[in-house]
Ligand binder design. Sequence first.
Ligand code: MG
Length: 271
Amino acid sequence: MKQTASLAFLFAVAALAACAQAPAPKPVPCPDPPGYRDTPQLPGQSWKVHDIDRPRPARVTGSVVATPPPSDAIVLFDGKNLDKWNSYRRGQQLDPQWKVEGGIMTVAGRGDLVTKDQFGDLQLHLEWKPGLVKCGQNRGNSGVILMGRYEIQVLESYDNETYADGQAASIYGQFPPLKNATSPANEWNSYDIFFKAPKFEDGKLVSPPVVTVVHNGVLVHHAQAFIGQMAHRIHKAFEPHGPEAPIMLQNHNEPTSFRNIWVRRIGKYDE
Ligand code: MG
């Protein structure tokens, strides 16, 4: 009798301990590979591109930061139209086909969106909500591609398994975010991106592009240098380009939405 009572006490303690831990969201089962082992080694790192064994970042609960544009910002999307954007698919210019409705724009049709203006060093704010059609790398995939070459990934990564360097806020194919601050699947996220453009001299890289990213108020890259250009399953070296280039939003054929997009050019002290 005494033994039964102490067992019941132990079960009660175990149940209480289980309740004290926040339940981890269950990843959506997915046929997509959650990473690779046959990809090249990343220069300067002990991981391969999209390494299946690379640890997934710890979860942190942030909250969307909906900062209105400062007075000197260039508003790229204010909920009304795509006037600040061109659209391209495989190098061919198209009329932008993304849908604008209810103050948001959503990936639709064909073509990436590419800013008409070009930028070098910048501060960029945007808010996004993933389209939830499939899973893995096809669950709300889009991307903020700085200078058309350097991607900060957009993906549903709250309950969706994929490789660490391809989840939301990763420097795609290079670095996972320091933490996973992704909002629950049907909620908005914010990115605040601070970017220093690379410098090339005589066709050689002199200083790499460097990025700081805040996802939902959580610092997820801290002055991190890119190690090449955006690529899938390979490492792509830098290719020389000019001091300014457009910002691209990726059309990955999933209905991911965006709102409140603005950018500020970063000048120098005493200008
Ligand atoms: Mg992407």
